[in-house]
Design a binder for this molecule. Structure first.
Ligand code: ADP
Ligand code: MG
Length: 508
């Protein structure tokens, strides 16, 4: 009877949990079983491990091998247990000569049949766990070294082959390495504001939305540049702070979406899911409880193009992240909460054909079609959108003349300045932007003169301005004042803010 134990990690949402891999090798009919709520990808580990051990020149005992993954009540998914399982078997059956496997090492990696170690998802959060648990070493696939190097205070042992690791263990010396990570703040985009002709007021609205983190809905006929405007937003957003980079990179590491050759995400994400995207794809969850688009857009932009085409139920699910900055998804064993603090940018045509109210082209929709289309956006969701603008057809004469380059760089500098003012002002409370302000802080931080206040209150009485709308206007006015580098909110700031809220032309 032989026994072995090594340490590994499991992913639970976007967190890593320390996991013990145990092996029991005892007489009986030869067999190989993995227990401990192992999902399909983990169950298949036994075939990969068997192949890898054989091809690396090790003998697998012709006995009954049982692998247990503890804690046994957590569902295990992923291929990263392979390496720990292989080392565990080798240590139990004496495959590693004279070696005592140290218990302050975490082993992560997928094995291919020839014994090569492949990269896996979620190494960044596992490295963070290893560091929090005060482990001495993390053995990991060479492919994931750069990403893990973001975590300080843990010795990284990158390997390419199983055999290489066995030799190190036999020699009693793990070779550590660290990759240097260059963080570039260069904006890499094919878009620039200078490529957009006309649409000055839309550009101004996007500048304000980006500066304060406000949500924005653009409505207008097709071909006026709504999609183009939205795709240009990443060029005017400030680069992420160090903490934000880590937060966002973790999400991309766990979902396996880190771009190749890029260890860290430095720019705000921009996600634009198609309207046919499923509910799970958008909000997350499903059998593997993985994060959805709202989480991938964390600290960045979620762009819903032609928003009325999305399923109503899916749009309703956006209410929680819009309000709280997180999304809760349920799975069989309970619920998981993912971060989902994003700026919602949406576009919409006025009707299915897009020409309702167009002076040049007649709308071909029936009244029922129009009502149905506009009703897709429920009142409560629309009420959570801070700014609404109309993107009108622009004068084609604007195409004359050369484009002035670098407009996005200029705007980004202004937006960054305004964001820094906010960060400083809100250092003591849990907010980064004006949009983040919670009700108890709004009136204190967004003070307006008494006469203007009375004007706003009268507008509330006379129009459909809701209480939530009142607070939104204060926050937007605060952002406009910040862009103006004005400590006080002035009348002109407030009136401009009002124009983005009380947009009757939207007709929705
Ligand atoms: N304001 C503009 N300046 C320059 N090109 C534009 C503008 N608006 C639209 N275009 C051109 O028309 C194309 C379609 O615009 P798009 O953003 O998709 O419009 P919409 O989303 O409003 O239907 C763009 O890719 C671009 O080539
Ligand atoms: Mg479009």
């Amino acid at each position: 009877m032989k026994y072995g134990k090594v340490l590994c990690a499991s992913l639970n949402g976007i967190d890593a949990i320390l996991t013990e891999v145990e092996v029991d090798i005892s007489g009986g009919l030869p067999g190989f079983a993995v227990v401990g709520m192992a999902g399909k990808s983990v169950g298949e580990a036994k075939d990969r491990v068997r192949g890898a051990l054989k091809h690396s020149g090790f003998k697998i005992p012709a006995e009954r091998i049982t692998i247990n993954l503890a804690p046994a009540d957590l569902k295990k998914e992923g291929t990263h247990y392979d390496l720990a399982i292989a080392i565990c078997i080798l240590s139990a059956c004496g495959g590693i000569e004279n070696a005592i496997i140290p218990q302050d090492v975490m082993f992560i990696g997928e094995l291919s049949l020839n014994g090569k170690v492949r990269g896996v998802k979620g190494v960044l959060v596992m490295a963070e766990l290893a560091q929090n648990m005060k482990m001495k070493y993390l053995v990991l696939p060479k492919q994931n070294l750069r990403e893990a190097s973001l975590i300080q205070g843990i010795n990284l042992v990158p390997i390419e082959y199983l055999k290489e690791l066995v030799l190190m263990l036999e020699a009693g010396k793990l070779l550590t390495q660290k990759a240097s990570i260059k963080i570039t703040h260069k904006i890499d985009s094919e878009y620039d504001f200078s490529l957009i002709r006309g649409q000055e007021s839309a550009k101004r609205a996007l500048t304000i939305a980006s500066a304060g983190g406000h949500n924005l809905l653009m409505s207008g006929p097709p071909g006026t540049g709504k999609t183009l405007l939205a795709r240009t937003i990443p060029t005017i957003l400030p680069t992420l702070s160090k903490e934000e980079m880590l937060e966002v990179t973790k999400i991309y590491s766990v979902t396996g979406k880190l771009p190749k050759n890029q260890a860290v995400i430095t720019q705000s994400p921009f996600r634009s899911p198609h309207h046919t995207a499923s509910h799970v794809a958008l909000v997350g969850g499903g059998s593997s409880a993985s994060p959805g688009e709202v989480t991938l857009a964390h600290r960045g932009v979620l762009f819903l193009d032609e928003i009325p085409e999305f399923h109503r139920q899916t749009l309703e699910a956006l209410r929680q992240p819009l309000e709280d900055g997180v999304i809760t998804v349920s799975r069989a064993s309970g619920t998981l909460t993912f971060p989902a603090k994003f700026m919602l940018i949406a576009s919409s045509n006025p009707c299915p054909c897009g020409y309702l109210g167009d002076p040049k082209k007649e709308c071909s929709c029936t009244p029922m079609q129009i009502i149905h289309y506009q009703k897709k956006l429920s009142g409560p969701l629309l009420d959570r959108i801070d700014m609404k603008i109309v993107v009108e057809r622009f004068d084609t004469k604007k195409f004359a003349g050369k484009v002035a380059e670098g407009e996005s760089d200029e705007i980004r500098a202004k937006v960054t300045k305004a964001r820094n003012i906010q960060r400083k002002r809100y250092a003591k409370i849990k907010a980064m932007t004006n949009a983040d302000l919670k009700i108890k802080n709004i009136e204190g931080y967004c003070q307006i003169p008494e006469t203007e206040k009375m004007y706003l209150i009268r507008s509330m009485e006379n129009s459909n301005l809701s209480a939530r709308g009142y607070h939104k206007i204060l926050k937007i006015a605060r952002t406009i004042a910040d862009l103006d580098q004005s400590e006080k909110i002035k009348q002109k700031h407030l009136f401009e803010a009002l124009s983005y809220y009380d947009n009757q032309a939207l007709n929705m």
